[in-house]
Design a protein around this ligand. Structure first.
Ligand SMILES: NC(=O)c1ccc[n+]([C@@H]2O[C@H](COP(=O)([O-])OP(=O)(O)OC[C@H]3O[C@@H](n4cnc5c(N)ncnc54)[C@H](O)[C@@H]3O)[C@@H](O)[C@H]2O)c1
Length: 305
């Protein structure tokens, strides 16, 4: 089986590439990303399998993999991904993310490629309940999340024979060579490590949010491919729902830290937990512990800084 991964130099993609040799039956791996400051991610990547790398901007250039190369599955990770920053960068987030998505969709349709589309639990936004995929009232709080909903809707409207799955990933936790530190837990680990008080949104201490361990993200992608679950459905993918207070407790085990409560434009949300029993019922055990990812992140920081 041949795989194409877009945005593979990022946080999730670099973890996936580092561990891809553990997956049976993957023949050739093609990767598209835009090398800018991420050139170091590419250099630091420790991969045991050969990858074929294409360097271009997916929002501007059509996917140009020659027809003689058969691609079975495409994992689409290329996006601008900082949800909070997307509020001040709305136009660019819409342009980049939608153009990349449409480019990928077009390629998959023409070449009959199965698509793994990565959405986000941030589509739920302000909720007071334990939400699942049937939630009718999505309340996205950022342009980033709006675009994810738009992509999901475009996919739903495609012709029946087009095969895809949409995965609403919780906020990723855990280290990788392309790791970023703008998402909650990773940012807190970094702030604790460099002895800066944790910048916590004023409303967030007691609020539940969904988190996904990188290990479970890896497991999920393999599970989908191995079991060929391209049923045009949306699935929540979450390891644990936790409050910021829970997270701070876990961080304090590695580094004693203080908290600075701050205001942020997208913070006025209610607490919500995301239910992932739809995918669990299909046999996928999402059982990695966020506390282990936090420990692994400190291990990495201790090694590198
Ligand atoms: N990290 C999370 O917490 C999280 C949570 C839910 C969903 N997701 C989704 O998972 C996917 C991957 O996330 P990530 O955390 O690895 O993101 P990341 O920001 O670490 O990586 C994204 C990659 O996409 C590439 N990219 C962006 N625009 C591009 C373009 N125009 N052309 C070519 N490459 C481009 C970037 O260079 C980068 O390497 C994204 O769709 C993201 O929305 C992430």
């Amino acid at each position: 089986m041949n795989l194409l991964i877009t945005g593979a130099l990022g946080h999730i993609g670099s973890y996936y590439l580092t561990h891809i040799h553990k997956i049976k039956n993957i023949n050739k791996i093609y990767v598209i990303d835009k090398i800018d400051e991420k050139v170091l991610n590419l250099i630091n990547l420790k991969i045991k399998k050969k990858i074929y790398f294409f360097n271009y901007d997916l929002s501007k250039e059509k996917i140009s993999i020659p027809k003689k190369i058969n691609i079975d599955v495409l994992i689409h990770l290329a996006s601008i991904t900082d949800a909070a920053a997307s509020i001040n960068n709305k136009k660019e987030v819409y342009r980049n993310n939608l153009n990349c998505f449409k480019n990928v969709l077009n390629f998959c349709k023409i070449r009959n490629v199965k698509l793994i589309h990565i959405s986000s639990t941030s589509v739920y936004g302000s909720q007071s309940l334990y939400v699942d995929e049937n939630c009718k009232e999505l309340k996205p709080q950022s342009p980033y999340a709006y675009v994810k909903i738009k992509e999901e809707k475009i996919l739903k409207k495609t012709k029946e024979k087009f095969k895809f799955i949409s995965l609403r990933f919780g906020t990723i936790v855990g280290p990788s060579s392309g790791m970023r530190f703008h998402t909650a837990v990773n940012k807190f680990c970094m702030q604790a490590y460099i002895n800066v008080p944790l910048h916590v949104w004023k409303t967030a201490l007691e609020q539940f949010r969904p988190y996904l361990s990188l290990k479970d993200a890896f497991k999920t992608l393999n599970f989908i491919i191995k079991n060929k679950i391209f049923d045009r459905e949306i699935y929540n993918i979450v390891s644990e729902n936790m409050t910021v207070k829970d997270i701070i407790k876990k961080i304090n085990r590695h580094k004693k830290t203080s908290v600075n409560l701050v205001n942020e434009k997208i913070m006025n949300q209610l607490s919500y937990k995301v239910n992932s029993s739809k995918i669990r019922k299909r046999g996928l055990a999402l059982n990695s512990k966020i506390s282990k990812d936090i420990a692994d992140t400190f291990k990495l920081l201790n090694k590198r800084i």
